[in-house]
Design a protein. Sequence first.
Length: 218
Amino acid sequence: MTNKNEQKPLKHKLFLVAGGTASGKSLLIDEAFAEVDKNSYVILRIDNYYRTITELNKKSVSEVNWDEPNVYNWNQIISDINNLSNNKKVNGHKYNYQNGEYDKEKDFEINPAPIIILEGIYALFNKDIRDMSSLNIFISAKNKIRKKRRIERDSKGRYKKTFDTKKFNKQWANLIMPMHKKYIEPSKKYANFVIKNNSTNLAKKEKAISLIRKLMVK
């Protein structure tokens, strides 16, 4: 017999949102869930699961190819998804892109929720994670548009103090695009839905946001 006061376990759904760098994944997801009950979902950002410089056996961040899949701690991602699916809290971390370590003072707590969203360029890469998923979405954008967005993002945010356009162009040609073509673009075949995000047109962006919300919030 079930105790009436006993809390029923949450029914969880895992949604994966992938796409090339600067395709607009984070912005579209954030907008889609802006007016949704904060207790009904949790977003895990793959960018918060980089392995540290120490783990990668590198001396500095400049030695690391940040666009290949083995720079991520896949075991930790899977562990966090499993724990959240079992109604357990997990610890979130903020990665420091300047030194390749975690800022421990910025650790935060992640509470379980019915909807778990894993967002990042490699969200569709890992088979074990795909096997847990209820819905796979790939955000697509043209390469030249993504490059422009990435330059704007890095130069004003993540690498504001150290951004070098010439160095970035070399990185784009030799690291980012080769990894995109080899790993990220092929992962699109696992998507249930591919959403194009090329335009800055508000109506088209709202259409994409509306579709994401419709697919995820039922």
